[in-house]
Write a protein that binds this ligand. Sequence first.
Ligand code: FPP
Length: 233
Amino acid sequence: MEHLPSHIGIIMDGNGRWAKKRGMPRSFGHSAGAKKFDEIIDFAGNFGIKVVTVYAFSTENWNRPKEEVDALMVLLNDYLENGLKKLAGKDTRVKIIGDMASLPESIRKGIENIEEKTKDGKSMLVQIALNYGGRLEIVSAAKKAAEMVKEGKIDSSDIDEALLSSLMYNPEAGDPDLIIRPSGEYRLSNFLLWGSAYSEFWFSDILWPDFTGDDLIKAIYDYQKRNRRFGGV
Ligand code: FPP
């Protein structure tokens, strides 16, 4: 149990293929993926992981067919409404990261509600990346820095990595130590671009709805054997 990653990022990929294999619509795969999210968050929390960030909906996912986008919004709304019951007695804080401005009003209200009700949660932070893009997050931090220069709060020479890190969506979460991507794809897809500069990666062919607590342990165990040098020797 030593050297656990404190922050794990998960790209919950493979829902569509999982559903297709069963002759079902893609939304069926996303429902199974949402159930898996509950299970793995629970498992990670019991295992002592402090922060888990999941990629639920990217800024590019709006390009999917309308029925699929609608089905994903229903699942997310459902979590925002019922997540509190699922987290009862768990001392977990929920935070949504992404571009909130262009989300439907009902979703924004749900976000405010779950964030407010869980804000004192100390044992675990669950971050849901929703309408999230890693490049957009960096652009938003750069705009905030430019605004600070314009208002005379800082000089342009004060803009450095530490300042930009502090202007990301939720700097408290810290950088992800480990990023897990199931489903046989080997790319980051615009997830946590800034924070993942020195993350370790774990890939697997398992489709997200088939992912288990044992797979999470395998990824953690693999991470524990790695030698993180952060550019040193
Ligand atoms: C990628 O698989 C998955 C998504 C774009 C959506 C992930 C969302 C969920 C699991 C539901 C989230 C709900 C909560 C409550 C956090 P894909 O559709 O690209 O799969 P494919 O590559 O097999 O087509």
